[in-house]
Ligand binder design. Structure first.
Ligand SMILES: [Zn+2]
Ligand SMILES: [Zn+2]
Ligand SMILES: [Zn+2]
Ligand SMILES: [Zn+2]
Ligand SMILES: [Zn+2]
Ligand SMILES: [Zn+2]
Ligand SMILES: [Zn+2]
Length: 1717
């Protein structure tokens, strides 16, 4: 500043020749005296030209010109050298101790609850991860943009202000380099440049003239170009704007959309250019059109083109400054120089802050009247300055900032003042008021850290601020008064939200003011005086009103005649409440005695102080008594908030305190008379009211109850530091105890019910473990806190923060608990803490005459059979008061000698009530009450009180050294006897209950056992075996039980175990036996595409399977068709009816697409699972063979023989059909059998039987189900005649078995015996369906498919399209071949099927052949790098493996590695083949019904392999298969190995599938959720470059991060737009997917295009709770169990089910457009 006067006055005319290069321009500027003027002249010339094309700018050219002619010169001017070089230098100038990273919207910020000075102090992700706070109690939040990282700011942190990277003196940075390394010249330059630049930016940004520029910017000749500019506002939707534009400008939809998007993004947009008049016309048009669609016209202005240009450039100039700052490590130096450096360096910050305060009023006013975004408004900067403690203090001292803010409020709020100068927010604008809150917030920021040192000046200025603040409170004291509505209901509910919202905003500010005031006695007393004065000023109307007299029981009170039920009353009394707060603090400091020095006794007028809070409490009572019901809901809401945790500290609680102040300073009888008078109950207690009006009685009773409760609170509630001798911790503990007395609660629920301080802390964590124990959550639900037993004694039934429901819940819970513990049900108050001296007189309320009178009246009325003027609740309260009185006296007696205790509750209560004949004292009344049967529930409490009377009596007597009289001790004894009797009775009852429970438990466990037993029968079925359906060939009696063979295949095959199946239809509840000749019963089922087993995630999927040939499954199992069932059975007919009914009902009402009826979807009528088809239930056909016969047959039917027979059959088939029109596809290559002596009949030689005849109903269902599989599996329209229908049937059988086997393996469960019922029933039905399916299509077709399948494993049979061995899944081949094989037995003339014995051989040989093929697959693809545990080298298996591989190696010309140790081969093979064997076992079991060996039912690990081999008729040394069949197999081996396609496959190592296949699981997630947030913060949308807020979403299948809910990443599928996630799901999960929305910590499940649901994320905070939306911000950690559960949802194919179920229960989510996720 000092340089300004130096230098000459020579001024170069700007318009003359300007230097041409930036460098020259810079040096020319350097010669100018007044940079600002020069700079503006420069801009005046250039800016309008550069920005001339507003409507359709060439952005690139614009940018280039700006760089060249403005920015680069500025940079030269700043640095005095080439800016690129200089900035590069700065980059290496060392670490800087402040981070200052500016947050973008959506970025995660961290705050440390242990160390941050206040919650506005935050760290960026990097700093946080490198800081000590990582291990503290931190919170994560999502930035709304604008703030910056406080790392390095020592004033922001109590400890650990630096992260590792910003630590001063960190390696490589000396103290010198930390200080600014820039030379003084640059700093001096910066001092010149930056103020000018900022001034320009500010001036242009707030420029309001539409047609004129500031004189310095005006050019000589002004052009006549104008723009019609449309501004963003809050009243109009996108569609409104588009509509208005289209109409007004007569433009295309696309253009209107373009404008609208731009307006939304940039805040304004020129929509028309031209002469002023034309623009003006467009403006009016837009306004009028927009007015038509909504009440507000759009905000449109006509701006001169140059104004527009400069404003645009100002923004660009701002971002240039940001760019300069982005040289991150150069930042320190630059920060010192430029705009935001004000915040980095205290001195500048202070300077800026002072300027800010100077203009505060103006800034805020403009902000409030305009509708700008808070986060980018300069006013939002206040938090950065006001929360710095030293700065705040400075601003108060030097600039009186508190007054500045409060005066700003006083100036912006007058529009809400009514004629009494009170606020009235009727018809307020919520948006505008919302911006007023920002000013209130500033008040909070400035007060957030209480000064530790008080200077005289600070004291003075603070008081000044406080006085000014009281002015605001004065406008609130008594605002929005209401009057009780009688007769008519009010017409319009008044706006009450604004006043309550302000009250909420003010709550902590009020508390902070009180705390500041309490910093020292002197300050507090002065503040008290000021506040008292203000209260009195507001009470003048009351002081001057007329008077009335109340008399009761010989006491008289003269008071103002005022009735809450008739006169005006307000719930807003912040002045009175502040005074109450100050009084409590005065008491805490022990300075109440000095009060009269500041407020003379005669001025104090406690009755006036009490008056307004008392009215407020009476209002609440009257609302409860329904006296105000004609005033509508608004009053009820206000009363709710008055007592709600968000407001109560500065409303309800303070009113109670004010009454306590009154009770401590007034004569107790007078005080009670006042209370009675205000509750309008004096009459109710004065005379016997003999009204019959039940409503009136009810009203009186409610009012009395309400009053008694308040009296209980006045006397009993001492948990406020200053009222009672308690600490803050004790207060919080008590709140928690009372919450947990209602029920165990999760952390968040407790936190929600506790008031938050200005730092958003509840103090919960500090104390919770003292009173409660944490119970961890299971796989679902959340963790809860349970109250410790020792804290139960602190339960107070009349806890003043209980709502009515909480009160009764807690009472119920505690009584129940005591009952269970065999205790009496009395719930007396816990002994209260002592009052502070200033409040000690409150207890006198208890033993004053009026109180005794009230109690006695209540008891007398309860005894009087004629009186209705009492309730049990009222009695309970009276008992509570009695108990409080007795407890008080007992406590006093225990502490002091009897003669010093003046509190004589006992005596007062024992005194006779009146002189009447039947006068009784309270004890006598109690005895009578005890005898009233209706009051049985109160007996325990009465007993407790009577005992207490005795205790106090004895304490009195003992201390008087009087020996207890015998009668006294006798009565105690009597009591004890009675008590013992009751105890015994209770015990007896409890014992009976216990026995009852025991009995039920026994019954339950018996049932359970039975259940297990029944299910065991399924496998252990013994004696009964229906032998009537024996096959033609074998007719023998059933063998003995023990002989049951547990072998599924071959001659030793065991019998089918079947049971008569009688099922109940869930729809009609009728039973039916499942029989092939009966009408069909069906199982509800869902067919879905699945990638659960894929080895190749994300493999491109065919969107339509029109041309797919699904006979062979690729070994990567990329896309399978899974059939699941919920296991619920219906009659086919019932189901059809049900489905039709659903269809009908959906036509009648507008149906939300819960399910897609057109694709056959429906919800299971019982469990509401989503289903899309039904599986017919077909009984297993029992088969049994005679093993001896069968084994004899083995001699004849060797594998070679069998193959020949089959080939002959096929060739016969070929001959037969060769004549036909369609030559068959497969050919027998090199038959090697000479001429075809074998033909069709050869196959029949080993046994046939007639085909099964299914009922038509079953056939129909078979066709229906098969068509569904086809339709969904291939994504094609249904076509029951398509040749691929049977292929899909086999495919889903194979895939479903594989999926279930995989799941069982994943869970470590045994193959059989651990299946869920639904899986068991589903598999059974599916396999039996598959057997039946073949009969519903032409056998020729099946034969064709079969031959193609067989050509894989039969020598001499090869068709053109036989795939190579490595590109097929052999289990699919097995399933297809086995199911299709019977078709070979079919002929035009005869409908036959193989006999049991034939089947057993067919199965055996098919299985053996395919198994050998699979072994080769495994060995060819063996992974030689696995760390396997070595087994004995010399084992037989190892040797066989070695020699076998040597053989194979020859066939492949050494293509596959020899030299692999034999043991390694064997272990790999065994591991690799196990899943296949397990699948085969499942398949054959459900196909044939042969009981598996026990080892497969129980432990999965031990003996499983050999059991599998035994069940499947395999040698345990699998290589023996090759040995046994060597002659037959060798040509096959040669053929397989010589296949060029196979060799090709082997070379492509990357895509090769190895065995065992890898088991899929959801991706690994980090334990700490912040790591994910970190990842998300680095996420950039691949399609767009802007920094807009993104919704990164993580695919839990593959780990891809996607840009969700954003137009940039939408894709078109089948002509429809879908979001990135839905598109991704299509390939990644065949339409089904699980995503994690990272920024929200929410899991979503999606299916298809339009369905999805939210699912709890697997991240829990330390209290076992999830945090959807990161609202609470606690640190989150991965819950393995929950993640595992999510994994199982996927692998069990239950995603669709979860979605359907959640949509059923949560209709809310329909609003979400899942398609665009
Ligand atoms: Zn940082
Ligand atoms: Zn840092
Ligand atoms: Zn910390
Ligand atoms: Zn039915
Ligand atoms: Zn169901
Ligand atoms: Zn994915
Ligand atoms: Zn995107």
């Amino acid at each position: 500043m000092a340089d300004e006067e130096a230098g000459g006055a020579e001024r170069m005319e700007v318009s003359t020749e300007l230097p041409q290069t930036p460098q020259l321009l810079a040096s020319w500027w350097d010669q100018q005296v007044d940079f600002y003027t020069t700079f503006l002249h420069h801009l005046a010339q250039l800016v309008p030209e550069i920005y001339s094309a507003e409507m359709d700018p060439d952005l690139e050219k614009q940018e280039e010109s700006i760089q060249m002619s403005i920015f680069t010169p500025l940079e030269w001017y700043l640095f005095g050298e080439d800016p690129d070089i200089c900035l590069e230098k700065l980059k290496h100038s060392g670490a800087f101790q402040l981070c200052g990273k500016v947050f973008k919207s959506g970025e995660t910020t961290y705050s440390c609850r242990d160390c941050a000075i206040d919650p506005t102090c935050v760290l960026c992700m990097d700093c946080f991860q490198n800081s000590v706070h990582k291990n503290h109690r931190y919170k994560m939040h999502t930035s709304t943009g604008g703030g910056f990282c406080d790392c390095g700011d020592t004033e922001a942190w109590k400890t650990g202000p630096f992260c590792i990277s910003h630590e001063p003196g960190r390696a490589g940075t000396t103290k010198e380099s930390l200080r600014c390394p820039l030379n003084e010249e640059v700093i001096a330059q910066a001092r010149k440049i930056f103020p000018s630049v900022i001034k320009y930016i500010v001036e242009m940004t707030i420029w309001e003239e539409e047609k004129e520029l500031p004189p310095e910017l005006q050019r000589r000749e002004k052009n006549e170009r104008y723009y019609c500019v449309l501004f963003n506002d809050e009243h109009h939707s996108y569609d409104h704007v588009i509509y208005s534009l289209q109409r007004a400008l007569d433009c295309e939809l696309a253009e209107a959309q373009l404008h609208t998007t731009a307006i939304d993004k940039e805040g304004r947009r020129a929509v028309k250019a031209g002469a002023f008049a034309a623009c003006q016309e467009a403006k009016e048009d837009i306004k009028s059109h927009s007015e038509n669609v909504s009440q507000h016209p759009l905000h449109v202005e006509v701006l001169h083109s140059e104004v527009m240009a400069h404003q645009k450039f100002a923004l660009r100039l701002g971002s240039w400054m940001n760019k300069i700052m982005s040289y991150s490590s150069a930042r320190k130096i630059l920060h010192e120089l430029i705009f935001s450096s004000f915040f980095m360096e205290m001195e500048y910050k202070k300077f800026f802050a002072m300027e800010f305060v100077k203009y505060y009023k103006q800034l805020q006013k403009e902000y409030i009247s305009d509708d700008h975004d808070r986060s980018i408004s300069v006013t939002a900067l206040s938090v950065q300055m006001f929360t710095v403690p030293t700065l705040a203090r400075h601003l108060i001292e030097e600039q009186n900032v508190i007054s500045v803010i409060t005066e700003t409020l006083l100036e912006v709020l007058p529009e809400y003042l009514d004629r009494n100068n009170k606020f009235n927010f009727q018809g307020y604008s919520q948006d505008k008021l919302g911006r007023v809150y920002a000013v209130i917030c500033d008040l909070k920021y400035i007060l957030i850290s209480k000064p530790t040192v008080w200077t005289e000046r600070l004291r003075m200025q603070f008081l000044e601020g406080f006085r000014s603040f009281l002015k605001i409170l004065t406008c609130m004291q008594g605002m929005e008064e209401i009057r009780r509505q009688v007769g008519q209901h009010i017409e319009v509910d008044p706006d009450w939200e604004a006043a309550i919202a302000i009250q909420m905003q003010l709550k902590n500010i009020l508390l902070m003011f009180q705390e500041w005031c309490a910093c020292d006695e002197e300050l507090l007393l002065v503040a008290y005086k000021e506040c008292h004065k203000a209260v009195m000023r507001c009470s003048t109307s009351f002081i001057s009103s007329s008077k009335t007299v109340v008399q009761l029981w010989g006491h008289t009170l003269e008071t103002k005649s005022y009735k809450v039920s008739e006169d005006l009353v307000s719930i807003h009394l912040p002045l009175s409440r502040t005074l109450a707060g100050l009084h409590v603090r005065l008491s805490r400091l022990g300075a109440v005695s000095r009060l009269h020095e500041f407020v003379p006794f005669e001025d104090f007028q406690v009755e006036v102080l009490v008056e307004y809070p008392l009215r407020c409490l009476v209002l609440v009572a009257q609302v409860v008594a329904e006296m105000w019901r004609r005033n509508g809901l608004s009053l009820i809401s206000q009363v709710f908030y008055y007592q709600d945790v968000k407001c109560r500290e500065e409303m309800y609680d303070k009113d109670i305190i004010m009454l306590q102040i009154g009770a401590s300073l007034m004569d107790p009888n007078r005080f009670l008379l006042l209370v009675l008078q205000r509750y309008e109950l004096a009459d109710a207690f004065n005379k016997t009211i003999s009204t019959k009006d039940q409503d009136l009685i009810k009203q009186y009773n409610t009012l009395i109850e309400e009053m008694l409760q308040v009296l209980i609170y006045i006397v009993g509630e001492r948990y406020v530091p200053g009222v009672g001798n308690v600490t803050k911790e004790e207060v919080t503990m008590r709140e928690i105890i009372h919450l947990l007395c209602i029920e165990p609660m999760p952390h968040s629920a407790i936190a929600k019910n506790l008031p938050e301080n200005e730092n958003n802390e509840t103090g919960l964590e500090n104390v919770i473990n003292k009173v409660a124990t944490f119970k961890k959550p299971g796989v679902s639900g959340h963790g809860v806190y349970e109250l410790k037993d020792e804290s139960l004694k602190d339960f107070n039934m009349y806890f003043y923060h209980y709502s009515k429901t909480q009160h009764s819940k807690a009472e119920h819970m505690q009584k129940k608990r005591r009952k269970q513990e065999n205790k009496d049900e009395a719930l007396p108050p816990p002994p209260p803490p002592e009052f502070c001296p200033a409040f000690s007189k409150v207890v006198n309320l208890l033993n004053c005459d009026i109180m005794m009178y009230i109690l006695r009246t209540i008891f007398e009325r309860a005894i009087d059979t004629d009186s209705n003027l009492w309730t049990e609740g009222m009695l309970q309260m009276a008992f509570h008061i009695l108990a409080l009185g007795l407890l008080e006296e007992k406590q006093q007696l225990e502490k002091a000698p009897e003669e010093e205790v003046t509190f004589d509750f006992y005596h007062k209560a024992s005194r006779l009530g009146s002189s009447a004949m039947n006068a009784q004292n309270i004890q006598m009344l109690l005895e009578k009450l005890k005898g009233i049967p209706q009051l049985e529930g109160q007996k325990d409490m009465i007993t407790w009180i009577l005992q207490m009377f005795d205790t106090v009596k004895r304490l009195r007597e003992k201390s008087c050294l009087i020996v207890a009289t015998t009668s006294g001790s006798e009565s105690i004894k009597n009591d004890e006897i009675i008590h013992d009797k009751e105890k015994a009775e209770r015990k007896r009852k409890a014992e009976a209950a216990r026995l009852h429970r025991q009995k039920i438990m026994a019954q339950m466990s018996a049932l359970q056992k039975n259940f297990i037993e029944t299910h065991k029968l399924m496998y252990d079925s013994t004696s009964e075996m229906s032998g009537k359906e024996d096959s033609i060939m074998e007719e023998e009696s059933a063998p003995a039980v023990s002989d049951y063979s547990r072998i599924a295949l071959g001659p030793k095959r065991g019998p089918t175990v079947t049971e008569k199946e009688v099922l109940t239809c869930i729809l009609c509840q009728e039973e039916q036996e499942v029989k092939i000749e009966n009408n069909a019963m069906v199982l509800s089922a869902c067919v879905q595409k699945s990638t659960a087993l894929t080895q190749h995630r994300g493999k491109p999927i065919e969107l339509s399977g029109e041309t797919l040939d699904p006979l062979f499954m690729d070994p990567d199992l990329a896309y399978g068709t899974y059939t699941g069932s919920c296991g619920h059975v219906m009659h086919a007919v019932c189901w059809q009816k049900y489905f039709e009914a659903v269809q009908l009902s959906s036509q009648q009402r507008i149906h939300v697409d819960l399910f897609d009826l057109e694709s056959g979807e429906y919800l299971c009528p019982l469990c509401k699972s989503l289903c899309n088809t039904v599986i017919p239930i077909i009984p297993l056909q029992p088969q049994r063979i005679n093993s001896e016969n069968a084994e004899a047959l083995a001699q004849l039917l060797t594998l070679a023989q069998w193959i020949q027979t089959v080939l002959a059959r096929i060739s016969g088939y070929n001959m037969k059909h060769a004549k036909g029109e369609n030559p068959p596809i497969p050919v027998l290559v090199d038959q090697g059998m000479g001429d075809s002596t074998f033909e069709f009949h050869s196959i029949l030689s080993f046994g046939i039987q007639p085909s099964i005849k299914y009922s038509n109903s079953i056939k129909e269902m078979v066709i229906l189900f098969a068509t569904t599989i086809y339709r969904i599996g291939l994504k094609v329209p249904p076509d029951e005649t398509d040749p691929r229908v049977p292929m899909m049937t086999w495919s889903t059988c194979a895939f479903t078995v594989q999926a279930i086997e995989n799941l069982l393996g994943d869970e470590g469960k045994p193959l059989f015996g651990a299946l869920q019922n639904r899986q068991h029933n589903g598999l059974k039905a599916l396999m039996q369906f598959a057997i039946a399916q073949k009969i519903t299509c032409p056998q020729v077709l099946i034969q064709k498919h079969l031959i193609r399948l067989l050509s894989v494993v039969l020598p001499n049979l090869k068709s053109e399209d036989t795939p190579c061995l490595l590109s097929i899944d052999l289990f699919h081949v097995l399933v297809g071949a086995v199911l299709a094989f019977p078709s070979l037995y079919w002929d035009d003339t005869v409908d036959l099927q193989p006999s049991s014995i034939s089947s057993s051989y067919n199965h055996l040989y098919l299985f053996h052949l395919i198994t050998m093929a699979h072994m080769l697959q495994i060995l060819l693809t063996i992974d030689t790098d696995l760390p396997l545990a070595q087994v004995q080298e010399e084992s037989e298996e190892a040797r066989s493996a070695s020699s076998f591989l040597a053989e194979v190696s020859q066939y492949t010309n050494g293509c596959i590695g020899c030299g692999i140790p034999g043991w390694y081969l064997w272990v790999s093979l065994k591991n690799g083949i196990t899943p296949y064997l397990r699948c085969a076992a499942l398949f054959f079991h459900y196909l044939l019904g042969v009981t598996p060996p026990d080892e497969l039912l129980t432990n999965p690990a031990e003996g499983e392999y050999s059991a599998l081999c035994s069940y499947l008729s395999l040698p345990t040394n699998l290589f023996l298969l090759f040995q046994e069949y060597w002659d037959t197999v060798r040509p096959l081996l040669q053929r397989w190995c010589a296949d060029p396609a196979l060799l090709n496959c082997l070379k492509q190592k990357s895509t090769i599938v190895r065995y065992p296949r890898k088991r899929n699981s959801l991706i690994e997630l980090p334990d700490d959720y912040s790591c994910l947030l970190n990842q998300a913060s680095h996420f950039r949308c691949p399609r767009s470059a802007d920094d807009e807020r993104k919704h990164p979403v993580l695919c839990l299948f593959c780990g891809a991060i996607l840009c969700s809910q954003n137009i940039c990443c939408q894709e078109i599928v089948n002509g429809e737009e879908v979001g990135a996630c839905i598109f991704h799901a299509l390939h990644c999960g065949a339409g089904v997917c699980i995503f994690l929305k990272i920024r929200e910590c929410r899991v979503v499940l999606v299916e298809g295009k339009a369905r999805g649901c939210a699912y709890p994320a697997p991240y829990l905070d330390e209290y076992g709770e999830t945090d959807p939306g990161l609202k609470r911000g606690n640190p989150l950690h991965l819950s393995r169990e929950r993640y595992r559960k999510l994994h199982l949802v996927w692998q069990q194919h239950c995603i669709i089910e979860e979605i359907a179920r959640s949509q059923e229960t949560n209709q809310m989510l329909f609003g979400f457009n899942w398609q665009l996720l």
